[in-house]
Design a protein around this ligand. Structure first.
Ligand code: TXA
Ligand code: MG
Length: 317
């Protein structure tokens, strides 16, 4: 299959309507989309990514009116979160309507819904006219793509089309909040922070125990965000650089430590923006070990640390 690159949201949306899958930019990471109501198109997403079938997809909308096509019931707390954070880098998990096919929700009776804050994404979704389910547009297990080049690297020849945009603004995937219970549950930290959600809803449960993760958000148990290289979290840059090593963090390493690749970030937001692209850059030049400086788990720091932890889980050979 030839993978066509396009700048046209109209062309990309026409393909969605024809039952094809299309990669598109958002403010978080690039997504790989299909018409939520077209089961065979939705199935092709799992095939193209090599994604486990038990990992549910997020439905992307351009208008709040589309929520009624997707859900059976939206609680007051869910509306509060939606009104505060849509459009933006946050997904709410809601009870799904019977119209949503099981393949999209991976058999769960809930559906994640998100309205991107991204002009091109919104034009594309508007033209498509249907909610578009989309996971991140990477091969399963790889870091999420923040550029169209990264999408091409993983999915060239496996998908028919990429809608080209700029590098994504936030660089990590959306915050995911389960709003099916009285008290919202943070399933995945992101650029909308726990503190911001607490300001709106008061109480928020935070998932940390693995058993809860498995039950509530199947995707979180799968290996994620991993470059080929080993990722090692460090409090400070190492004094010396082993062969084929790289470093990313806020603190500048000593001059004697000559890493093959170094990225100094300004703050947690910049760290989030750069992390996945840095992982891919490291893999491209054959880095074996990536040192990542740890940061306090407040604000966006919580999301950065979540991604670092996932990337460093289990050493690879
Ligand atoms: O920023 C994002 O969220 C990007 C862009 C493309 O929108 N999408 C994305 O999708 O990161 P994906 O599939 O790579 O990650 C979605 C996460 C998974 O961990 C999945 O398990 C969880 O959200 N999720 C989706 N639907 C869910 C549901 N109904 N209940 C619980 N967790 C859900
Ligand atoms: Mg993903």
């Amino acid at each position: 299959m030839e993978t066509v690159l396009t700048d046209s949201p109209v062309d990309a949306a026409a393909r969605i309507q024809q039952g094809e899958i299309v990669a598109f930019p958002t403010e978080t990471v690039y997504g790989l989309g299909a018409d939520i109501f077209n089961e065979s198109a939705v199935r092709s997403i799992f095939e193209a990514k090599g994604r486990p079938r038990d990992n549910p997809l997020i439905a992307h909308i351009f208008s709040l009116e589309q929520i009624s096509e997707l859900t059976s019931n939206v609680s007051e707390v869910a509306w509060n979160i939606i009104h505060q954070f849509f459009p933006g880098p946050l997904t709410v998990v809601l009870p799904k309507s019977v119209r949503v096919p099981d393949v999209a929700s991976a058999g769960l009776n809930t559906i994640g819904v998100r309205m991107p804050l991204h002009g091109l994404a919104n034009s594309f979704l508007r033209e498509a006219g249907v909610p578009v389910v989309a996971p991140s547009a990477n091969l399963s297990g790889k870091p999420s793509p923040t550029t169209w080049q990264a999408v091409l690297e993983d999915l060239n020849g496996r998908i028919p089309c990429i809608l080209k945009g700029e590098i994504t603004r936030f660089g990590i995937e959306s915050t995911v909040v389960d709003c099916t219970k009285e008290i919202p549950i943070l399933l995945r930290p992101g650029s909308v922070t726990l503190e911001q959600i607490q300001d709106v809803t008061g109480q928020v449960e935070v998932v940390s125990a693995m058993d809860l993760v498995v039950v509530r958000s199947p995707g979180l148990k799968h290996r994620h965000y991993s470059p080929r290289a080993n990722v090692v979290a460090v409090a400070w840059p190492p004094d010396s650089a082993p062969p084929k090593s790289a470093y990313i963090g806020l603190t500048l390493p000593q001059q004697s430590a000559s890493f093959e690749l170094t990225k100094i970030v300004r703050d947690p937001e910049d760290y989030a923006h750069e992390l996945f692209r840095f992982f891919r850059d490291c893999d491209a030049i054959g880095i074996d070990i990536i040192y990542c400086q740890t940061i306090p788990e407040t604000g966006v720091g919580k999301a950065v640390m979540d991604r670092l932890r996932r990337a460093s889980e289990g050493a690879k050979d």
